[in-house]
Design a protein around this ligand. Sequence first.
Ligand code: ATP
Length: 245
Amino acid sequence: MKLILEKINKKFAEKTLFTDASFTFETGKIYGLLGRNGAGKTTLFNCISKNMSLDSGQIALTDETGEAHQDYDNTEIGFIYTQPILPNFMTAVEFVQFFIDINSTRLVTQKTASDYLIAVGIQEIDHNKLLKDFSHGMKNKVQMLISVITETPVLLLDEPLTSFDVIAAHDMKKLILSLKKDTVIIFSTHILQLAQDMCDEIILLHNEKLTAVNPEMIHDKNFESEIIELLSDNYGVADKETAHE
Ligand SMILES: Nc1ncnc2c1ncn2[C@@H]1O[C@H](COP(=O)(O)OP(=O)(O)OP(=O)(O)O)[C@@H](O)[C@H]1O
């Protein structure tokens, strides 16, 4: 399966985020999306998940036959927000059960809500607690879980894992890795070590474009300094000036 972004454009008032940006993401790889603060990573995820519209350009998802469709459903996109959005008035088990019920026709496994919660490390003692009383990391686990339950073909993770304790982060990494065969996984992060640990490809959102860095660079000992150079304000300016001379 492929997620195809073609010549996408988006701007807010005076701030242009993407100009004719194109990229094709596919299953089998984990993509790390890096960019400066305000470059537009969250906005890109919002456009892919249809929470926001593009100014122009196309975003399409291929089906089993390889045909690309722009009219994919937003339920096909799992979006893990930096700040989890969950109904405070429900308990964890009620919320997961609600998700199981509304997706009953597409679920293949017969796990209970409690089974799912235990699978992401939420202890039984917390299953009947209101979500408003969950810690940030626990809320993130529940949010991750609902995307996993529905097996969305695309999973977007906006700065994930930052709120997880070391064990939970390790478990979540394993979970994300286990999904990559059948899921297009893109996660944005500012933590380069995480990108190096988990990603098969690193994509930069910089100067309104999406570009892949050379995959060999990911495990290079100079990775950090190379990324800093690529994302610096002056990168490419000298070349352009030379070209104009
Ligand atoms: N709904 C909106 N209306 C107006 N401007 C917006 C809106 N959403 C985002 N922006 C602006 O678009 C720019 C990109 O924001 P976005 O949150 O996508 O960046 P980001 O790359 O995720 O940043 P960070 O790494 O800091 O989280 C910012 O300047 C932000 O203020």
